[in-house]
Design a binder for this molecule. Structure first.
Ligand SMILES: CC(C)(COP(=O)(O)OP(=O)(O)OC[C@H]1O[C@@H](n2cnc3c(N)ncnc32)[C@H](O)[C@@H]1OP(=O)(O)O)[C@@H](O)C(=O)NCCC(=O)NCCS
Length: 383
């Protein structure tokens, strides 16, 4: 069966409020992805539209966006796993191309969150947890991850300072990313003194809601080689689902869905954690990045804080992580986030990152989590 490659990746600027309709927002990423490619919209066989529902008023956005991007009459459909929707979209695109059904597929993620107040967005996001047994009792996303933070602190002695150091790093790199919502470097004191959201997480331990879009174009290997001299190969894919209820989880010091997705992706790619040159991980909260270090095998359980303490996840460290600023700086427009992470790794592997470029990066990993830690997606890319 044919190999599958990414031929191009684009994203809009991520912002608190874009002032555009969702179709115009999707166009921003699509336009960047098509720039410099000698193809037309007619060459794209299918489009996969990814977002979390109910943040804007439009129902069935796949039809609307495919019409606006002139992708009709080719098939277009909707994929959703909350915050990991566009990584799931990439997995579906890979399957469609690998099966021989299509030769080129566009994965377009978007989210327009600014139509809702921060309070309504938190309630809407809470519906990504169990709406009968858990979210009505206050289980918002920050509250769920605060439980993970508390469990990690209790078991391994992790401190609020350790968590804050993740945001120090990510704000440092976010300051160089022209597409990030927040481009201001934050000090340890700024973070530790920010308002408590849900203890132990403070405002700057949290990512912010944002508007944004992303677009990844995937093609059959031979087609990809005809379009670009820098195809980026999809060599490992992993996906897993944990219980939706927090009460059903066996583990609170790591995400089982991420551990399982990582195991599958490394196996498919025949690679180990030590082989990864650069990674994008789902830092929806500072603690999430520490959990990711451990779930991906970059550190042993309980030893993730050592990586941030020793600056090993900075661009010149042993395993650079989120050197585009991560969700913490870029903002987290739910359906667009996975595609934005993939775009960063594509640019890193092509040596085209305008932010911090990791020298000689050949293999990159994307870790994208959906909901309150129930959907895990890990993708490994190679140049
Ligand atoms: C942390 C949080 C509760 C703050 O919400 P809030 O107190 O209602 O804040 P608002 O959204 O009203 O913003 C108030 C100000 O703080 C800023 N701000 C909000 N969150 C921020 C963050 N994480 N980092 C930096 N600044 C932030 C806003 O830009 C705004 O500044 P401005 O008035 O100059 O524009 C909210 O950002 C949040 O819920 N984040 C988590 C999102 C989430 O769960 N995503 C899914 C993860 S799986």
């Amino acid at each position: 069966m044919a190999d599958v490659a990414i031929v191009s990746a684009g994203q809009s600027v991520f912002t608190r409020s874009c002032g555009e309709s969702i179709r115009e927002l999707a166009f921003e990423a699509f336009k960047e992805a098509l720039e410099g490619l000698d193809i037309t919209t007619g060459d794209i066989d299918a489009s996969i539209i990814c977002s979390a529902p109910e943040y804007d008023k439009q129902r069935s956005p796949a039809g609307l966006i495919s019409e606006y991007l002139e992708l009709t009459p080719k098939p277009s459909f909707y994929v959703e796993t909350v915050c990991s929707s566009s990584s799931t979209g990439l997995r579906v695109a890979w399957s469609l191309v690998k099966s021989g059904l299509h030769k080129m597929v566009a994965v377009i993620g978007f989210q327009k969150m600014s139509e809702l107040s921060s309070r309504d967005a938190a309630e809407r996001m809470g519906r990504g947890a169990d709406i009968i047994w858990e979210s009505p009792f206050g289980l918002t996303m920050p509250a769920g991850y605060a439980m993970y933070a508390q469990a990690h602190m209790d078991k391994y002695g992790t401190t609020e300072e350790h968590l804050a150091k993740v945001r120090v790093k990510n704000s440092h790199y976010g300051a160089t990313n022209p597409k990030a919502t927040y481009r201001k470097e934050l000090s340890l004191e700024d973070i530790l003194n920010s308002e408590v959201i849900t203890s132990p997480l403070k405002k700057f331990d949290c990512c912010a809601n944002a508007d944004g879009s992303s677009c990844i174009i995937v093609a059959r290997g031979d087609v990809a080689k005809g379009i670009t001299d820098k195809p980026i190969w999809i060599v490992g894919l992993g996906a897993a689902t944990d219980t939706m209820t927090m009460a059903g989880r066996e583990l609170l010091t790591g995400l089982k869905c991420a551990q399982e997705a990582a195991r599958q992706a490394y196996k498919m790619a025949r690679l180990k954690p030590q082989d990864i040159d650069v990674a994008e991980v789902h830092d929806c909260f500072t603690v999430s990045e520490i959990l990711a270090y451990e779930d991906l095998g970059f550190a042993k359980p309980g030893e993730g804080v050592g990586l941030i303490e020793d600056k090993e996840t900075y661009a010149d460290g042993t395993i650079p992580v989120n050197v585009d600023g991560g969700l913490l700086s870029k903002g987290h427009p739910i359906g667009a986030t996975g595609g934005s992470q993939i775009r960063t790794i594509v640019r890193q592997l092509r040596g085209e990152a305008t932010e911090a470029q990791v020298k000689g990066a050949e293999i990159g990993l994307v870790h994208n989590i959906g909901g309150i830690g129930q959907y895990g997606n890990v993708t490994i890319l190679r140049r």
